[in-house]
Design a protein around this ligand. Structure first.
Ligand code: PLP
Length: 240
């Protein structure tokens, strides 16, 4: 089941990439395994999936040692400041850097612990009060400070589109993220190649709008039984 889902999603990714004039290999699939156990991750790995996404540090800390070390992990949720130290050695990319404060803490702790973390800046494009992330204005205002953090490898932007039944509703938010990325690149003379956008319901539209990373959970693993407090999508924040 999981294997078939992954195959089908890979085909859809290739199709959408082609529509945006790119190779399928230009889009990375993060299989979002939050709330699912090591069994499901192993099953996905049998289909050749090696990249997984988690939104809670505690859950990931328990899960990661239980699966093959060939698996690679991205942190996709809101990172609590008191979890940064634990998170640094576990993840190769942090999608949800959503404030200058978190970025500064990460810079300091990465310095102490000897890491050069790769990060994406989360933008709350639609301005939803339920979501984490920089507003586009705030990101512009703080970009200079963010770029001054020498340990952080800022590779691009990430967003979560508002929940909608029709994926076409997400298109303008993805286009806005891409346009913001383009503007920041020329204003600040930096490369921001990565656009992490698109989930189970709207990843094809996201790819058409330029996504380089899509984060797909339920379309691979099935709908989650447990709520996900780590993402800012729903529910209260993770307990300290
Ligand atoms: C849970 C989650 C996803 C995956 O959501 P699905 O709708 O299950 O594909 C993607 N991104 C983030 C940040 C998430 O928290």
């Amino acid at each position: 089941m999981i294997g078939e889902n992954i195959q089908q999603i890979r085909e859809s990714i290739a199709k959408a990439a082609k529509l945006s004039g790119r190779e399928a290999a230009a889009v990375e699939l993060v299989a979002v395994s939050k709330t699912y156990g090591p069994e499901e991750v192993r099953e996905a790995m049998e289909s050749g999936q090696v990249l997984f996404g988690e939104s809670r540090v505690q859950e990931a800390r328990a899960k990661i040692p239980m699966v093959s070390s060939r698996a690679r992990w991205h942190f996709i949720g809101h990172l609590q400041r008191n979890k940064i130290r634990q998170a640094l050695p576990l993840f190769e990319l942090f999608h949800g850097i959503d404030s200058l404060e978190v970025a500064k803490d990460m810079e300091r702790i990465a310095g102490e612990a000897g890491f050069l973390p790769r990060v994406l800046l989360e933008v709350n494009v639609a301005g939803e009060s339920s979501k984490f992330g920089f507003s586009p204005e705030k990101l512009r205002a703080e970009m200079e400070n963010l770029l001054g953090l020498e340990r952080l490898q800022i590779e691009g932007l990430m967003t979560i589109a508002p929940l909608a039944a029709d994926p076409e509703n997400s298109r303008r938010y993805f286009a806005q993220l891409r346009n913001l990325r383009d503007a920041l690149q020329s204003e600040f003379r930096v490369g921001l190649p990565q656009l992490s956008m698109g989930m189970s319901g709207d990843y094809m539209v996201a790819i058409e709008e330029g996504a380089t990373i899509v984060r797909v959970g339920s379309a691979i693993f099935g709908s989650r039984k447990k709520p996900d407090p780590g993402s800012g999508i729903a529910g209260p924040p993770e307990a300290v």
